[in-house]
Write a protein that binds this ligand. Structure first.
Ligand SMILES: [Zn+2]
Ligand SMILES: [Zn+2]
Ligand SMILES: [Zn+2]
Ligand SMILES: [Zn+2]
Length: 414
């Protein structure tokens, strides 16, 4: 790095960034505000624009995160280091992942010293993974990574999954080299055969083998520019990907346990299954009697949902978990951007705010023709997932969720 700077060719700040200041133009009164607001608006909406609806999605995801812990990760081009920046982002990624994909599972593998270590097994409990990631902040980055070993390790557990599960691998790769025991193209070939979708987020440069891995397996490949872009690249993988063609649609049996509170004699004294293997010292706070969720098939007790029953293998969920996955199947259509016109549009339909001069554009829902401000547009698409105009109108309300051709009501949750 230091050598590069001494050669005095080009500094990163001279070329690396988009020259945003050149896009800023003064308005008639010589003010800049409007132009800046415009840039921010466009950036916010860009992410929304490339979402597509009405395709089959892999909703029941099994994702392995492979994180590079080689010497290259102690590089300081991301602040404070690539290693700590990744740990920080992964924490929030895991949180967001389980929020959006409540019936999915995740596992973490790191690679250093030419080996791959499994940090957490595939499991659906965010707390366990976040705890593991926090501990990784203290881990040392050393040696060279082995992409092949890490991929083989993930493939070993993904191979056992049933055919309706969407299998995915997300690699965070900082190094420019990989030190493998065998031919990595064979590994890529078998990943492809198993229908494992591999995506790579590169931290340094485009590495041919990473590009090839993601292209062959139908994943995405990106190289980060700075920490904001890193966040975008990572969070792109929060949303469920389109289903692989080899993914089977099948009906799976699920249990909906009721929560039963402790009511003395009715509930027997039981130890919950989820804390069986926790050391006694840590399990002190756990109550050993009464309240919990009971598996409708075998009556084992669990503290929290969703979980796969350890005794009988039934997937236990609560209805709100399924409801949280629903909006991926029927996303709100993108609104049409209109030039603001104070004679036509007086106030936002959702928040009732009157439009002012700073509202350069307003946004119209194609279905109910109501007009919204930018803040409401973003909130509706990012968080609410329902158009308030359509939901309050009798005619459009019936159309909601039926898709354009009316046929997607038969969508299977896979
Ligand atoms: Zn059970
Ligand atoms: Zn428990
Ligand atoms: Zn509004
Ligand atoms: Zn609408």
């Amino acid at each position: 790095m230091a050598e590069e700077e001494e050669t005095g060719k080009e500094y990163r700040w001279e070329t690396g960034y988009e020259k945003t200041w050149e896009a800023i133009k003064e308005d008639e009164e010589g003010l800049l505000e409007g132009s800046v607001a415009d840039i921010i608006q466009r950036a916010k909406r860009r992410r929304q624009a490339d979402r597509r609806g009405n395709i089959r999605l892999g909703m029941m995801r099994h994702l392995y995160l492979i994180v590079d812990f080689s010497e290259a990760m102690s590089n300081q081009d991301l602040k404070p280091t690539r290693h700590l920046c990744s740990v920080k982002l992964l924490e929030s990624f895991i949180d967001e992942f389980f929020d959006q994909n409540p019936i999915s599972q995740l596992g973490i593998i790191i690679t250093r010293n030419k080996r791959a270590e499994k940090i957490t097994e595939l499991a659906g409990n965010p707390r366990k993974h976040i705890k593991a990631v926090r501990q990784l902040a203290e881990a040392t980055c050393s040696g060279e990574p082995s992409l092949q070993n890490a991929l083989e390790l993930s493939l070993r557990s993904l191979r056992l999954l049933p055919s309706h599960a969407s299998r995915e691998v997300l690699v965070i790769f900082g190094s420019l080299t990989t030190c493998d025991p065998g031919d990595i193209t064979v590994t890529i070939e078998s990943l492809k055969k198993q229908g494992v979708r591999c995506s790579v987020v590169g931290l340094a440069a485009e590495v041919h083998v990473c590009r090839r891995l993601s292209r062959e397996t139908g994943g995405e490949f990106g190289v980060v520019l700075d920490d904001c872009h890193y966040r975008d690249q990572l969070f792109m993988h929060v949303e469920p990907p389109p289903a692989a063609s080899c993914l089977e649609s099948s009906l799976i049996k699920m249990g909906f346990p009721h929560h039963s509170a402790a009511e003395g004699k009715e509930t027997p004294l039981t130890i919950c299954m989820c804390h069986l293997d926790v050391p006694a010292a840590e399990a002190k706070g756990v109550s050993h009697s009464g309240a919990g969720y009971f598996c409708p098939q075998c009556c084992s007790r669990y503290c929290e949902l969703p979980v796969e029953c350890r005794a009988c293998g039934l997937t236990l969920v609560s209805a709100p978990h399924l409801a949280r996955s629903y909006h991926h199947l029927f996303p709100v259509e993108n609104f049409v951007e209109l030039e603001q016109n104070l004679d036509l549009h007086k106030q936002c339909y959702a928040c009732q705010r009157s439009y002012g001069d700073h509202d350069k554009h307003v946004y119209e829902c194609g279905r109910c023709s109501q007009v919204f401000c930018l803040d409401c547009d973003l909130f509706i698409h990012d968080t609410l997932h329902t158009c308030p105009g359509c939901a309050t109108n009798q005619q459009t309300f019936h159309l909601m969720g039926s898709g354009d051709n009316g046929s997607s009501l038969s969508v299977n949750l896979i």
